[in-house]
Design a protein around this ligand. Structure first.
Ligand code: SF4
Length: 350
């Protein structure tokens, strides 16, 4: 059996997806399957306030745009995403535009002392993987941002803390909680980790701003959390590297049998591919063997020829609505039954 070499880019969202559904990570990151059509309304609507903050804080740095001008741009952007016509929620309802406009007003009311918007962190080697992160806002810190207790820690560790704050805007309604803790805090630890690895310094404070609720979740970074996060990253990357074939990428435990629209599957862009994989009439062992065989073939100069044969024989592919391209060679085998694969092999012999 050949061992798959994984070198895809990690991010906070890749890690979260991997924890929720490894199979989804396989589709998205390993075989780079083209995403299926899915509900885009929430993502697009959430993007609108983010773009408004960029306009307000970045494009009009010294002479900030007026609220009236911002509203005009907001309306244009909302319409460009078709959020007032066809871009609807899963129940075919339009999203409440004014709620998202209120999000803009709440965000602006925070009067953030912005240093940089949309800052990109890139680390090229975290346990063998590139690691990327985008921070919505980096702000300038002042004494009032920290409690007395935190200031004592900062003053004791002068070289450890920068003079920066980190902010992330959120347009989801309810901050997820577990055991009385906001689980999204992990995202702030992730940003602090990126900052520490890149600059050797931790931000003075990190914030999640829940715009719909006007709720702020705060986090004061510590080295202890960074070290714990690093251990977790090491474990996850080891787990990823231990995977040898499709069957090792475990589907979500929250998936109800024959239901790909619950829990984490709700927003998944690979429902059809997932269903296809589950519907295969061949056993997992057969898939593993064929995959190993195929992986070997992809190393071979004939690999592209084999793929062309599959491409020419699209009728063999069960669901033509799925977009397949040459990058998806490996995934293609999951759309074929054993008989179909054997038929292709037989045709090659002719
Ligand atoms: S449909 Fe559900 S189980 Fe299947 S890949 Fe997507 S999230 Fe995972």
């Amino acid at each position: 059996m050949t061992k798959m070499a994984y070198n895809f880019t990690l991010s906070y969202s890749t890690l979260s997806t991997f924890k929720e559904c490894q199979r989804q990570t396989y589709f998205y990151k390993v075989v780079k399957l083209s995403p299926e059509k899915s509900i885009t309304a929430y993502g697009n609507a959430g993007d609108v306030p983010h773009k408004m903050f960029e306009k307000h804080y970045q494009d009009y740095k010294d002479n900030k745009i007026s609220i009236g001008e911002l509203r005009i741009i907001f309306n244009e952007l909302w319409s460009s995403y078709k959020l007032d016509t066809t871009n609807k929620d899963p129940f075919f309802r339009l999203l409440p535009k004014e709620v998202y406009w209120d999000c803009v007003k709440v965000g602006l009311s925070k009067n953030i002392n912005v240093k940089t918007m949309e800052y990109k962190y890139y680390l090229n080697d975290i346990y063998g993987f590139p690691f990327i992160g985008y921070v919505d806002v980096i702000g300038n810190a002042s004494e009032k941002d920290n409690t007395e207790e935190e200031l004592k820690i900062i003053n004791k560790n002068k070289n450890l803390y920068s003079d920066e704050l980190v902010y992330d805007w959120k347009t989801n309604t309810t901050p997820p909680m577990e055991n009385g803790e906001y689980t999204q805090k992990k995202q702030l630890i992730n940003y602090s980790y990126l900052s520490y690895k890149k600059t050797g310094k931790l931000p003075r404070k990190c914030y999640l701003i829940y715009l719909k609720k006007d709720l702020i979740v705060e986090y004061f970074p510590t080295l202890e959390d960074i070290n714990k996060f690093d251990i977790e990253l090491k474990q996850i990357t080891q787990e990823i590297n231990s995977k040898k074939s499709f069957k090792d990428w475990i589907p979500s435990s929250t998936r109800a049998k024959d239901n790909y629209s619950k829990g984490v599957c709700f927003f998944c862009k690979y429902k059809n591919a997932c269903k296809k994989a589950d519907e295969q009439k061949i056993t997992l062992d057969q898939i593993v063997d064929l995959e190993a065989d195929y992986m070997l073939k992809t190393q071979h100069p004939e690999a592209y020829k084999i793929w062309s044969q599959i491409e020419q024989n699209k009728s063999l592919i069960k669901n033509d609505s799925l977009h397949l391209n040459t990058v998806n060679q490996n995934a293609a085998f999951y759309y074929l039954t054993l008989d179909e694969m054997l038929q292709i092999e037989a045709e090659k012999m002719l």
